[in-house]
Design a protein around this ligand. Structure first.
Ligand code: 13P
Ligand code: SF4
Length: 315
C-alpha cells in the first residue's frame, strides 16, 4: 500500500524525489524494512509477496526504483524484462539469499529426483531458475499444499521450512541444512519471557524466519504484511513484534492508539538500511544501479514466480 503522508510534512529532499519521480515517469517500490523517510516517498510499501504482485502489475512506468534487497529487485526485473529496474545501493544484498547457490540446488535435485523444489523468494535469480515454484513467508504453506508431491525440497530458510513442516503432513527437506536470516536469529526465548512478564496482555507476533523455539511462543506467526493487517484489525491494544525494527516503526505510525513493542530493538537488517534519500535521488537522476538478469535465467525463473502468483490469487 501507499503510506498516507501529508505532502507539506515532507522534507526538501523528499519533495525533490517526488518531483523527479514525476519527471522520469518512475515508480518507487519499498519493502517494509525501509526507513520511514523512504517509506514516505514510495508509491508502494509491502512485504515480499505484495511487492512481487505489485511488480507483476507495473505497466505505465518507464523506470522502477526498488528500495529493498537484491533478490527483491531481481524478482521485479524477472517480471519486467522490458523495463529499467534500478536499486539505490547495489550493495544491498540479503545474506540468506547467497547461502543457496544454483549449483547446490542442482545437486539436491539429483539427490531427490522425486521431490518438488520450492524456493523462498530470498534466493538469487540463478537459483530461482531451478525451482518448480517460489514462495514467500506469506504463502509458503499454501504453495507447498498446492503441490501433488509429498516430498519437498525447500530452501534456503531452515526456519520457514520448519514452520511449513508443522502445518502440513509432507516431508520437508531443507536445503542447505542451515540456511537462515541473521536478523531473525537474534531473537531468543529469554526476551519473550521478560516482555510477557511486563506486558501480560500483549499479543506476540513472530516472523517465520525466527528459530522454532521462538515461533512456538508466538500467538501468531506471520509475514510482515500479515502483521500489518493483524494489528490494524485486532481488538487488542498491545503487541510485541518479533521482526525487523522498521516494521515496528510502520506499525506505530499506522496505529497511534495502540502500544507496539519491538521484541528486540537491535534487530536491524543492515543491508536494507543502505538505501538513503540521497541514493534514491541519485538512482532516479542517473538511472542507476540497473538490475539486470540474464535473459535465459529470467525466462526460466519467471515460470516459478508466476506459478507462485497463481497460487496467491484471491479465489
Ligand atoms: P516478508 O516477506 O515477510 O516481508 O519477509 C521478507 C524478509 O526478507 C524477511 O526477512
Ligand atoms: Fe535477508 Fe534477513 Fe534482511 Fe530479510 S531481514 S532481507 S532475510 S537479511
Amino acid at each position: 500500500m501507499r503510506i498516507r503522508v501529508d505532502y507539506i510534512m515532507l522534507n526538501i529532499l523528499q519533495k525533490e524525489i517526488i518531483r523527479l519521480k514525476e519527471e522520469k515517469n518512475a515508480i518507487i517500490l519499498a519493502h517494509n524494512y525501509q526507513t520511514s523517510l523512504i517509506q514516505e516517498i514510495a508509491d508502494f510499501v509491502g512485504d515480499s509477496l505484495e511487492l512481487c504482485i505489485k511488480a507483476s502489475q507495473i505497466d505505465d512506468s518507464d523506470l522502477v526504483v526498488f528500495c529493498g534487497v537484491d533478490f527483491m529487485a531481481e524478482t521485479a526485473a524477472i517480471l519486467n524484462p522490458e523495463k529499467k529496474i534500478v536499486i539505490p545501493d547495489r550493495e544491498a544484498e540479503c545474506p540468506m539469499a547467497h547461502m543457496l547457490p544454483a549449483d547446490a540446488v542442482r545437486k539436491a535435485r539429483l539427490k531427490y529426483p522425486d521431490a518438488a523444489l520450492v524456493l523462498y523468494v530470498n534466493t538469487l535469480a540463478e537459483a530461482k531458475a531451478e525451482a518448480d515454484i517460489l514462495c514467500t513467508s506469506a504463502n509458503a504453506v499454501a504453495v507447498v499444499k498446492s503441490l501433488k508431491e509429498d516430498k519437498i525440497l525447500f530452501g534456503p530458510d531452515m526456519n520457514l521450512a520448519w514452520y511449513v513442516s508443522q502445518k502440513l503432513d509432507k516431508m520437508i527437506i531443507p536445503i542447505p541444512e542451515e540456511g537462515h536470516c541473521y536478523v531473525h536469529k537474534m531473537f531468543h526465548e529469554g526476551d519473550i519471557v521478560f516482555l510477557r512478564e511486563n506486558y501480560p496482555d500483549a499479543v506476540l507476533l513472530i516472523h517465520p524466519e525466527c528459530d522454532p523455539e521462538v515461533q512456538v511462543e508466538a500467538d501468531e506467526v506471520l509475514s510482515t504484511g500479515d502483521m500489518i493487517r493483524y494489528v490494524a484489525e485486532s481488538e487488542a491494544q498491545t503487541f510485541i513484534i518479533g521482526t525487523e525494527v522498521d516494521l515496528v516503526t510502520r506499525l506505530k505510525r499506522e496505529n497511534p492508539g495502540k502500544t507496539i513493542i519491538p521484541l528486540l530493538s537491535e534487530a536491524i537488517c543492515k543491508t536494507m538500511k543502505l538505501h538513503t534519500l540521497e541514493k534514491v535521488k541519485n538512482s532516479l537522476l542517473n538511472e542507476v544501479s540497473e538490475v539486470k538478469v540474464d535473459v535465459e535465467i529470467a525466462d526460466k525463473a519467471r515460470n516459478a514466480v508466476e506459478r507462485m502468483l497463481e497460487v496467491s490469487k484471491p479465489k
